[in-house]
Write a protein that binds this ligand. Sequence first.
Ligand SMILES: [Zn+2]
Length: 317
Amino acid sequence: MSFASETKRELAHQLPENACCKFAEAAGLIRACGSLKPAGRGEVGILLTTGLTATARHMKLLFFEITGTQPEISLAESGAQHMKRRFQVMLPASGRITALLERMGILVRTDEGFFTLAQGISPQLTGSKCCRKALLAGLFLGAGTMSDPVRGYHLEIRTQDKVLAADIRRLMNSFADIHAGIAPRGADYVVYLKAAEQVSDMLGIMGAGVHLLAYEDKRIMHELHGQANRLFNCDTANMDRAISAGEAQLRAIGAIERGPGLSVLSAKLHEAAAARKANPEVSLSEIGTLFDPPVSKSAAAARYARIEKIAEEITSV
Ligand SMILES: [Zn+2]
């Protein structure tokens, strides 16, 4: 199973605690992978599709909790040897579902009493931070993917709707240090993150804690492997001197200070640099506990790896 599918499986195995967040996550799922099915009499149903069993089960549970009605699940197979399996989760048209869509700001009632489809994400879903997180989890579950950290750092949510893409970007960027971009892909738009730190932050925001740690571990292995290769390839005289991690980090921090200054660092890297300057001797696992909030050894190592990379880029110019 891919790293992306495993991450989604983790997200799919947890329901948000608060009713407001359940509501927001459901709205994210509808926007990401749902379509509306009008059935006359002003009543509308919802059809959600997903390729993952865990996501289908999650949708069933979530929508049952919100609406009190049991969604119907069916399996649609297509392609050669029915290799493309899709689950369809159907909420039949009813006044209750129509009212739900109206409360989510997905359907808007016109002055004449008709319903029209609203674009983008309604501000009533993004009022509190807990709901913004849940909304992102729903959007990622329905239309997101990410690369395995050993291959590259990339997370994206794909949509056909330009307005929705702009709203998803704004939603992501409402969290500290997240800078999402938008790129066209075919007829679609992709809202993406491509910096390792931001991808790992986004996993934490969406609530994929286990995969956040797996991501950091794989990432640090990847970076250490790269460093080992670089060391191996460079002058062997340098290798004779064993340099403690702290010394190397202090040197990198010093290089940045002498160059553009520590203000070029993100808030998290800045915090790591300050902690190292104040505590030159402490180990990586120890220094992580000094951060606010405290981080794991691998997360601390990842921050210093970033600082060293920045210093390397500055000094190689
Ligand atoms: Zn909430």
